[in-house]
Write a new protein. Sequence first.
Length: 204
Amino acid sequence: MDRSVRLVLPKMMLRKLEGAGVYCQTWVTVEKQTRANRWVLRGVESGGSTKEVGRYISFFAPDGKRLPWLQKMDRVGSNGVHAVLVDAELVGVEMARIGQTYELLIVRYTLGALSPAKKPSIESTVVFRGIDGQLSEELRKQGLAPEYFSRSGEVRPIPEAFCDAVKLVTAGVSCLNCRHSHGLIERRVGEDERVDLASPEGSE
């Protein structure tokens, strides 16, 4: 069963995204690895943008580090599916943009209680929700993330562990006719460890 948490967007914006051909698969599913006899979570990095609107989601480790994809999914079109990953625990970073205004949702996904008799559920915890964040085009080109405020005008800082992850997804939600992954990275042969965002191996 899909227990994913996703951004709630106005119908007008959803129509804009659909009309622009921006496809973002925001749900997480539980899958069974038969040979390993274990359950895993499956997420799909996807999305892109036009000049006016964008939507993007990628997945990271619980500590904010980048994860390697299981499959890189090349497509004829753009602004769609880019890569797939599976892991026991994921953090989804989803963002939607209209102009210079950004919505942000960071959610941690884990497997529910394991039972031999049935498929486990997905447990989801909202880490951060940002509404009407602001980022000028000039600052975006410098690789920065949107800034979010409380109703009283105080800055609501993004959790430090996910600042770099949010910057990567900000690039994705602003990538015109996107055809590549901004968050997930290629797994090198024999590599099992998660890659730090700051490491040379984790760079584009």
